[in-house]
Design a protein around this ligand. Structure first.
Ligand code: ADP
Ligand code: ZN
Ligand code: ZN
Length: 675
């Protein structure tokens, strides 16, 4: 074979949401060929733009007329290292994502926008609000086993699922491992679901490693993120604690990846580049030949199944780390017998328990998976429910801001006095959200200090931190909240946890609903009795016999896994199949329906030779209209992921080009929540 002639053309990825790459001419004067992953300036439209080299070619693609020349390269250290370029390629191919969308996850905004200074060199890490009480602890035998196992496998790909109940000392294991890796000159990537909600976790890292730790998450400014990016790339920072997008950061000499709360659905990005931070992290570990530690109290079914299949090593931390802390006692409340109070949703038994708790000057936490005052406003004369004009979903009443708000598109109306469909003024707020619970508690327990934490409060990071620290320091007796309060907080005087209605989650139209319930209940329950005081949990439900409830009652992830596995297998759901979801969106219903049929037909033809592929739809999505767009979906399901993926990867650009104007195509590989 003769060596390739000198390449004259480049395929360049630009940060735009298209499947195609763009062809440019390589200037004759360039001495060196750019390498894939390198950044350069190119003319794009009337402006110049930063893009990334995907490929070099000796001939131009046929049919292109005028091909512009590349302007200039960026310094080599701005591009992706070979290792990350490999990960980038995998991500694009695996998630069937337009490469330009992936680009925007791999680079901080500032770089792609052409702000090329590297930010100030040194900076102090973010201020801590919780100071950690303890110095280094002596690890218990279970913790030691975990640390030793990881240490022994540094330098090889070694995925471990670490299943440890809340308070079992997982974070101590992470810290010890970081210490080890740092001592050997390596770097560590620590992924967490949401940083704003777990300031304690971050502060423990900062306490231990001070300015060697960087953070990376979406609440940071572009400049702050740029600082962490360069800090890691240039090795000034060796550890990064960040949310899902941190999985793509250029950590120097990366030697270990830790994914905390690996089951958490916020690792999945639901827009643009639809990747899963945990899965990307595992692939990165594989490519870099390093261990990856997945920690959780309630493993994702996929992860636990990987243990079953021998892909992941399995370790447990079965006990709470401090001998004094006992697992809480869990009581089941059958709401069919012990009816909830219509306003507070408290059953008689839970109410009694709460009064005792308050008497003892201890704290209580109540969980309800629904924010706002009431989920709908209903006309009791004609039955009309006030709905969002963009989404056709009922508007949630929010009393504090006097609005009816759509939880999907943020559309709002003032709270109506009169029915939109008839002359009646008999409008009633039906059902309860956290805001109503807070109000009812204030009426029912005068003098008791009550706080609330949900997305509405958490819009301000400051308010979130204030609320959490008030509860931590005992300035609040009762905290009411949604999912946000289930994360890793550690409250010393919290002894009572109430799950007001587990059914809100159990009845979601999603095959993962039982898994969610199990995880949420376990997480919430884990908040109680983490210190000297024993804790109790009350779980209220209308379906006490459901296996997700009974397993959660017993705090038994293995029991849940065994049953859920049977259910998934019978119905051919993941992890026994894989799903790729194609979604078509547009503002005209007929156009979306037509385009969906056309795409589904093409897919049928493309996959006709693959017997194991099962195509569902096209059909309107569960929420057919969201944010003013009609939405249809096609679900492709198969046990053989690679055959359906490879079939799509070559044809997506073509399918995209064939769409009629005004219709968009979105692809979601391994979707979480099929709405
Ligand atoms: P997890 O991350 O599993 O929820 P943590 O690592 O936060 O658990 O540990 C829970 C509490 O127990 C923390 O206050 C921690 O400092 C303490 N702890 C952890 N391991 C030990 C140990 N070996 N000895 C004493 N205290 C420990
Ligand atoms: Zn009416
Ligand atoms: Zn809406």
């Amino acid at each position: 074979m003769s060596p390739d002639p000198r390449p004259k053309f480049l395929q360049v990825i630009l940060p735009v949401p298209r499947y195609q790459t763009y062809t440019y001419r390589l200037p004759e004067t360039w001495r060196e060929n750019p390498r894939p992953g390198q950044l350069l300036w190119v003319p794009f439209g009337r402006k110049k733009q930063i893009g990334m080299v995907a490929d070099l070619r000796s001939e131009a693609p046929i049919g292109l007329e005028e091909i512009k020349e590349v302007l200039e390269p960026l310094p080599a250290d701005y591009g992706l290292e070979p290792e990350l370029w490999k990960l980038f390629q995998w991500a694009t191919q695996h998630y069937l994502s337009p490469p330009g969308e992936v680009l925007r996850t791999f680079f901080p905004n500032s770089i792609l926008k052409g702000k090329l200074d590297k930010g100030e060199r040194a900076r102090s890490p973010s201020p801590t609000i919780f100071s950690s009480q303890n110095g280094p602890v002596t690890l218990n035998p279970d913790q030691n086993r975990a640390v030793t196992l990881v240490k022994e496998h540094l330098g090889t790909f070694f995925p471990i699922l670490l299943q440890g109940i809340t308070g079992s000392g997982k974070t101590e294991v992470y810290l010890r491992l970081c210490d080890e890796v740092l001592a050997r000159g390596g770097g560590v990537l620590v992924l967490v679901p949401e940083i704003a909600l777990t300031p304690q976790m971050l502060s423990r890292f900062v306490d231990c490693f001070v300015d060697k730790v960087g953070t990376y998450h979406s609440a940071m400014t572009d400049t702050q993120r740029l600082q962490t990016y360069w800090g890691l790339k240039e090795g000034r920072q060796r550890i990064v604690v960040g949310t899902r997008s941190a999985a793509c950061l250029p950590v120097k000499n990366l030697s270990l990846i830790i994914v905390d709360e690996e089951h958490d659905s916020s690792y999945k990005q639901e827009e643009r580049f639809r990747y899963h931070g945990r899965d990307l992290a595992v692939v990165r570990a594989k490519m870099s030949k390093i261990p990856v530690l997945l920690g959780t109290a309630t493993p994702a079914l996929e992860s636990r199944e990987n243990v079953e299949r021998g892909k992941y090593h399995f370790l447990k931390l079965p006990h709470r780390a401090t001998a004094k802390a006992q697992l809480p006692k869990v009581h089941l409340v059958d709401l069919r017998r012990d009816r909830p109070h219509p306003d507070t949703l408290l059953s008689v038994s839970l109410r009694e328990k709460l009064l005792l708790t308050l008497e003892r000057k201890e704290q209580a936490l109540f969980f309800l998976n629904r924010r706002g005052f009431a989920p709908f406003l209903l006309c009791t004369d004609c039955g009309e429910v006030v709905r969002c004009p963009n989404c056709e979903i009922s508007l949630t009443m929010h009393k504090a801001v006097s609005r009816l708000i759509c939880h999907y598109c943020d559309f709002y109306l003032p709270i109506l006095e009169q029915c939109p469909a008839c002359p009646s003024d008999q409008l009633q707020a039906y059902g309860s959200g956290t805001e109503r619970i807070e109000e009812s508690f204030q009426k029912a327990f005068p003098g008791v200090r009550i706080g609330r934490l949900d997305r509405d409060v958490a819009q301000s990071r400051k308010k979130t931190e204030e609320m959490l620290s008030q509860f931590e320091t005992g300035k609040i007796d009762i905290l009411i909240g949604t999912q946000l309060i289930t994360k890793g907080h550690d409250f010393k005087r919290l002894t009572l946890v109430g799950i007001l209605q587990a059914d809100v989650t159990l009845n979601l139209p999603d095959f993962r609903a039982p898994e969610r319930v199990f995880q949420i209940v376990t997480q919430v329950a884990g908040r109680a009795g983490r210190h000297e005081l024993p804790g109790e949990v009350f779980l209220q439900t209308y379906r006490p016999e459901h296996y997700a409830i009974t397993a959660a009652m017993a705090q038994d992830p293995e029991a849940f896994f065994v049953q859920e596995r049977v259910f998934r297998k019978e119905l051919s759901y993941p992890p026994f199949t894989r799903i790729i979801q194609l979604k078509l969106l547009g503002s005209r219903q007929d156009a979306v329906a037509r385009a969906s049929r056309k795409v589904a037909d093409s897919i049928q033809t493309l996959m006709s030779r693959q017997k194991t592929v099962n195509i569902l739809g096209p059909a309107p999505a569960i929420f057919e209209r969201l944010r003013g767009k009609y939405r249809w979906q096609i679900l492709i399901r198969s046990q053989h992921f690679e055959s359906m993926r490879s079939c799509l990867v070559d044809n997506l650009p073509h399918l995209e080009q064939g769409l009629e104007a005004g219709v968009r195509l979105q692809v979601d590989v391994d979707p979480v929540g099929i709405f």
